[in-house]
Design a protein around this ligand. Structure first.
Ligand code: GLN
Length: 488
């Protein structure tokens, strides 16, 4: 049951091959048995899952419910869940129980999904390897010595190991796409504003966007449709109808103009990863896509620009965690300043502190113009490069990440090396564009087969196109159907 896609599970539920309760018990059993070695979950919500499943079975028995009714899912622990712990994998929020559901959580719940639990992540979504979590690193089911990517690493490991059919993620600079690539999943980051950020704990508000980690583009389409749409509670959510993504998956590849981003096939790209991506380009071409070379000359500015903008916004967003209103409070503060200093000093981990300090610095009176303002100008250049490219092509293509999954600890002492893992994904966030990562092959490292991801980025609100190209590709390949040994 656990290797079935969401669409297959939905069909099975409707045909009464199994009940939602059967399904839920099966996944809870896998989580109990296989969860600990992966450390994919912060909280397993077994009681809630069983209650959700019983309710779903009742709706199904009455012939009610939609395509997701009774399907188990997991949420990244950055989404507020009413009455259930929401930690953001930080000591700061290790005791935080939100009094409401995030819009994404509410919508998936209304669609009839069953909540299995909350997944581990990098602390406050800052990281690319899931090693900054207060609850310890997540392991990659393809090789337990390696990272699953981050920051949505728990969601990725859980879905890749078939502990959940799908999960939410959030992507500020690559945190859905990069873990999808490193664990052989389909991960979509929608256009900024497509999905509500209400109740999603903010990291960098102008970059954060919620999305889906799933085992196929068809599943991602179904799940995105159920979470997207206008929300009056999020002033940056866009009031624009949500397409029926799942019904638009068969747009032909013939004539599709695919731009290959020249700047993303240079130094730093592992040749074995490049080989997989090039083979995928050949396949698209055979199926009638028109391949074009595109240059986006400002893209090499993405990482430095991001590491000014994102810390700046995070330093402001995280100022609310002051030991007074939310989360961790130090013991016996001497005075107010001591309360702030020790609560924050004890509550935040090293990477979060590094970002807050960088952000405070670039926003300070003396350096604002030199760093923050300059970064905003670079951001406009990057967005302009994409806009020009989309005059000529329908989507742009690149690897998702320069390497396959790396070993735990390999980059923890070198923040810059860690930051560079998102070199291909960050630009889409800076420009607010939708991006998807899909499995496109494997490389062998140290005797282990490790998945490789291919990234497609489209124009604003081009999710339907990204999903349909991905779906077509998945009709011709079976990379996405492979499951790590020991988890099948
Ligand atoms: N890895 C990037 C960072 O550390 C992106 C994280 C994310 O997308 N949330 O900031």
């Amino acid at each position: 049951m656990h290797t079935l896609t969401v669409s297959e599970l939905a069909a099975g539920l409707r045909a009464r091959k199994f009940s939602s309760l059967d399904l839920t018990l099966h996944f809870l059993g896998r989580i109990e048995r296989l969860g600990p070695e992966l450390n994919a979950f912060v909280t397993v919500t077994a009681d809630r899952a069983l209650a959700d499943a019983r309710a779903a079975d009742e709706s199904l028995a009455k012939g009610e419910g939609g395509p997701l009714t009774g399907v188990p899912i997991a949420h990244k622990d950055i989404f507020c869940t009413d009455g259930i712990l929401t930690t953001c994998s930080s000591k700061m929020l290790s005791n935080f129980v939100a009094p409401y559901d995030a819009t994404v959580v509410r919508r998936w719940r209304a669609a009839g999904t069953v909540l299995l639990g909350k997944t581990n992540m990098d602390e406050f979504a800052m990281g690319s390897s899931n090693e900054t979590s207060f609850f310890g690193p997540v392991r990659n089911p393809w090789d337990l010595k390696r990272v699953p990517g981050g920051s949505s690493g728990g969601s990725a490991a859980a879905v890749a190991a078939c502990l959940a059919p799908a999960a939410t993620g959030t992507d500020t600079g690559g945190s859905i796409r990069q873990p999808a690539a490193l664990t052989n999943l389909t991960g979509i980051k929608p256009t900024y504003g497509r999905v509500s950020r209400y109740g999603m704990i903010a990291f960098a508000s102008s970059l954060d966007q919620a999305g889906v980690l799933a085992r196929s583009a068809a599943d991602a389409a179904l799940l995105l449709e159920a979470m997207a749409g206008f929300d009056p509670n999020d002033s940056t959510s866009v009031d624009r109808p949500v397409p029926h993504y799942a019904a638009e998956l068969n747009q032909p590849l013939k004539g599709l103009r695919v731009g290959i981003i020249r700047e993303f096939f240079g130094a730093g790209l592992d040749p074995a990863v490049e080989k997989c991506v090039r083979a995928a380009i050949d396949l698209l071409q055979q199926e009638g896509a028109v391949i074009k070379d595109v240059s986006l000359p400002s893209l090499p500015l993405s990482v430095p620009t991001y590491y000014v903008v994102a810390p700046a916004e995070c330093s402001s967003n995280l100022s609310r965690f002051d030991g007074v209103r939310f989360g961790h409070r130090c013991e016996q503060p001497q005075d107010l300043l001591d309360l702030y200093q020790r609560s924050r000093g004890e509550g935040f981990g090293a990477e979060v502190k590094r970002r807050i300090m960088t952000g405070t610095y670039v926003l300070s009176a003396g350096y604002y113009d030199a760093y923050y303002l300059q970064a905003q100008k670079c951001r406009a250049l990057i967005a302009g490069d994409f806009a020009r490219a989309f005059d000529d092509v329908d989507v742009v293509l690149s690897p998702t990440s320069p390497t396959a999954a790396f070993e735990l600890g390999a980059k923890t002492s070198d923040p810059i090396a860690m930051y560079l893992n998102d070199i291909y994904s960050i630009a889409a966030n800076l420009a607010g564009l939708p991006g998807i990562s899909i499995p496109c092959g494997f490389v062998n490292e140290g005797g282990e087969d490790l998945p490789v991801g291919l990234q497609l980025v489209g124009p604003h609100f081009g999710e339907s196109r990204l999903l349909s190209v991905s779906h077509q590709y998945q009709q011709h390949t079976d990379w996405h159907q492979r499951v790590p040994a020991g988890y099948a």
